[in-house]
Write a protein that binds this ligand. Structure first.
Ligand code: ZN
Length: 395
C-alpha cells in the first residue's frame, strides 16, 4: 500500500516538474499536492528553484545519504540534538522493534525559531541495496509520531528540518505496548504461559499467552473492534472473537466463565468482553484467560502488544552549549590513530554523540574533551566532506 502511495507521489512529482517547465504560471490544484510533509517541502524547493542551489541539492542528497549512515540505538532513547541552520541537516536512527510494539517518537524543539521538522519512519529491509520502506510520517507541524510495528524488524527514523532553521531539540524514541491489558487490574506478571510453549506433549505449540487471575475477573477488549463470534469449542470452552479492521487482526479470548458481549456489536477498547474462567480444556487448571492475536494470514506472539518493556529514558546530563562545535578530544579514541577533532552532535546520557571528519558517528564520554572552538578549525573545512562546505542559496 505504502509502495503504491510512494509510486503515486513519484508520478505526481514528475508531472509537477513537467507542468512547471511547460507553463510557468500554472498552479497545481491542491488535491494533487503531495501527501507527506517531507515530499511537500521537496516540491516547494522545486517550485522556487532552490533545488538547483548548492544548499538545496545538499538537502535532497542528505535525505537519502543519512539513511545509509544511521545512528544505531536501543530503545528507550533520549538525546538533545543540535540542528545547524548553516547546513543541510538530517539525522537517522536505527533501532529494533518487536512485533506489536508501538514506536513512539516525540520531538521537543528548544530553539528560538519556528521550524518545520519532518519525521519519517522506515522499515529496514535487511538486504543490502534494498531501499527502506516508508511506513509512517508525522503530519505537517506534528512533533509526534506513533506506529505499531507489524513485524519484528529494524526501523529507521529520519529527522530532517527545513533549510536555514536550527536550534536544539530533544528527541525521545520509545517502544510501548500497543494494546490495553485484557485482564482488568492485572499485568505482565499474570502471564504465566507464553507463545510457542509446547502443548499436547510437543505435538503443537501454544498460539497465545495465558493470563492467570481469579475466576470472575473482568476480561476487556484491548483495542477497538467488532465482536465477530461468541461461542463454545472443545479446547477453548466459552470463547469470544473480535476483529480490528484497521489492523486486520482477529483477537481470541478463551476459557471464559461468562461471555458478556453480543455478536456484531462494535466495541471500544476497555469494553467488558466476559470474565476469567477455566472452561474448555482448562477445566483441570486454575482460571486463566487464553489470549491470542491472529493478523490476517498468520498468528502473532501477543506479548509485546500487551507488555511495556522498560520505557524510562536516561536523561542527557551534559551541557548543550557547545553542540554544533568542533572540539578536540584529549584522549585517543578507539579506532582512531591519534586524537582527532570531532563535531559535537548531541548529548546522550553522560556522553556526547559526535561525528568524525570522515563522517563516522559515535558516542564518547564527556571527560574526553578539552574544547577548541569551531573557528580554530576553519582551515580544516576543506577536508571535511559535505556538510561543512560553504553553501549558498544565492548562486
Ligand atoms: Zn493458552
Amino acid at each position: 500500500m505504502f509502495q503504491l502511495i510512494r509510486f503515486i507521489s513519484f508520478l505526481s512529482i514528475i508531472s509537477l516538474i513537467l507542468l512547471c517547465s511547460s507553463c510557468k504560471d500554472e498552479k497545481v490544484p491542491k488535491k494533487y499536492w503531495p501527501r507527506y510533509a517531507h515530499e511537500a517541502y521537496y516540491y516547494k524547493l522545486i517550485e522556487t528553484g532552490l533545488n538547483t542551489t548548492a544548499l538545496g541539492r545538499d538537502w535532497v542528497m542528505m535525505a537519502d545519504s543519512v539513511m545509509k549512515m544511521p545512528v544505531k540505538i536501543e530503545l528507550p532513547y533520549e538525546e538533545v540534538l543540535f540542528i545547524d541552520p548553516t547546513e543541510a541537516f538530517a539525522e537517522a536512527y536505527l533501532f529494533e522493534a518487536q512485533q506489536g510494539q508501538e514506536i513512539e517518537v516525540k520531538i521537543e524543539y528548544e530553539g528560538p525559531d519556528s521550524i518545520e521538522i519532518f519525521i519519517d519512519l522506515f522499515r529496514s529491509q535487511n538486504e543490502i541495496g534494498v531501499t527502506p520502506l516508508k511506513v509512517a510520517s508525522a503530519g505537517k507541524d506534528d512533533r509526534r509520531l506513533e506506529f505499531m510495528a507489524r513485524k519484528k524488524a529494524f526501523y529507521l527514523l529520519r529527522l530532517q528540518p527545513e533549510l536555514l532553521r536550527g536550534g536544539k531539540c530533544r528527541v525521545v524514541i520509545r517502544s510501548l505496548a500497543s494494546m490495553e491489558f485484557p485482564v482488568e487490574g492485572y499485568g505482565k506478571n499474570a502471564i504465566q504461559s507464553f507463545f510457542g510453549d509446547p502443548r499436547d506433549g510437543g505435538k503443537r505449540e501454544h498460539h497465545g499467552v495465558d493470563i492467570f487471575a481469579p475466576r470472575h475477573t473482568a476480561v476487556i477488549a484491548p483495542i477497538d473492534g467488532t465482536v465477530s463470534s461468541v461461542g463454545e469449542n472443545r479446547l477453548g470452552g466459552h470463547v469470544v472473537w473480535m476483529y480490528n479492521a484497521k489492523l486486520r487482526m482477529h483477537i481470541y479470548f478463551a476459557h471464559l466463565e461468562t461471555q458478556d458481549v453480543e455478536e456484531r456489536k462494535t466495541i471500544k477498547a476497555g469494553t467488558k468482553i466476559g470474565t476469567v474462567g477455566n472452561s474448555g480444556n482448562a477445566r483441570t487448571t486454575s482460571p486463566h484467560l487464553h489470549f491470542g492475536i491472529y493478523p490476517t494470514g498468520g498468528v502473532a506472539d501477543p506479548y509485546y502488544f500487551l507488555v511495556n518493556t522498560d520505557t524510562t529514558t536516561t536523561k542527557p546530563v551534559n551541557s548543550t552549549k557547545l553542540l554544533g562545535n568542533w572540539v578536540q578530544p584529549t584522549i585517543q579514541i578507539e579506532e582512531e590513530n591519534s586524537p582527532v577533532p570531532v563535531k559535537l552532535l548531541a548529548t546522550v546520557g553522560d556522553k556526547y554523540r559526535v561525528m568524525f571528519m570522515n563522517g563516522r558517528k559515535d558516542m564518547i564520554s564527556a571527560q574526553a574533551f578539552s574544547v577548541i572552538l569551531k573557528s580554530q578549525f576553519a582551515d580544516l573545512r576543506k577536508d571535511i566532506p559535505g556538510s561543512f562546505q560553504d553553501s549558498s542559496i544565492s548562486e
